[in-house]
Ligand binder design. Structure first.
Ligand code: SF4
Ligand code: SF4
Length: 170
């Protein structure tokens, strides 16, 4: 969904967003239940959770850390270090398709599309370019997905630049 601003070549050299520090486990991608059921038949186990009565799965990465260092990274269970993500397009989490964008909820209840500040490729782009991209339909698409899948909404963090605000609730 971000192919206009992210090149496959840069991502292949980076893969930053497919590994997770212990302290950043809140960032691991979340999977709808139908995808969880499909992937579980392949031997991957998920932690089942619920948000606003909608179930979803979180992959279990905790066992993959070797130390208690909060900075230690563990690779996503679906990352092949040589070839990238092994998931089929239909199984790839929406969280990954929209990264480094996030839909977030502020303390006052406002929903926003915000930019994760750690993607090196996007950080080279002017913020205005990302705003235009989001305002030209992508933001609305993310908002509509979040209506059906509220688990993708994260709590707002003040270091994430806001690209678009919504004046309605999910
Ligand atoms: S962090 Fe950014 S540049 Fe790196 S792989 Fe992810 S999307 Fe691509
Ligand atoms: S599911 Fe695929 S794209 Fe998403 S973090 Fe894992 S390897 Fe990366």
């Amino acid at each position: 969904m971000l192919s206009k601003v992210l090149s496959k070549e840069s991502c292949a050299k980076c893969r930053f967003c497919c590994s997770f520090r212990r302290q950043s486990l809140w960032e691991t991608p979340l999977f709808p239940i139908d995808v969880v059921q499909r992937l579980e038949t392949g031997g991957i186990s998920f932690q089942r959770e619920q948000k606003e009565n909608v179930g979803y799965g979180r992959m279990e990465l905790e066992g993959n850390y070797k130390t208690n260092d909060p900075q230690e990274e563990a690779a996503c269970l679906f990352l092949n270090p040589k070839t990238g993500c092994v998931l089929k397009e239909e199984d790839k989490p929406f969280d990954c398709k929209i990264w480094p964008l996030r839909i977030m909820k502020k303390k006052d209840g406002t929903f926003v599309i915000a930019l994760t500040p750690t993607c090196p490729s996007i950080n080279e782009k002017p913020l205005e370019e990302m705003k235009v991209l989001v305002e030209s339909g992508l933001g609305e698409q993310i908002f509509q997905y979040a209506k059906e899948n509220p688990f993708i909404v994260k709590e707002y963090r003040t270091d994430f630049p806001v690209l678009m605000e919504f004046d309605q609730s999910l």
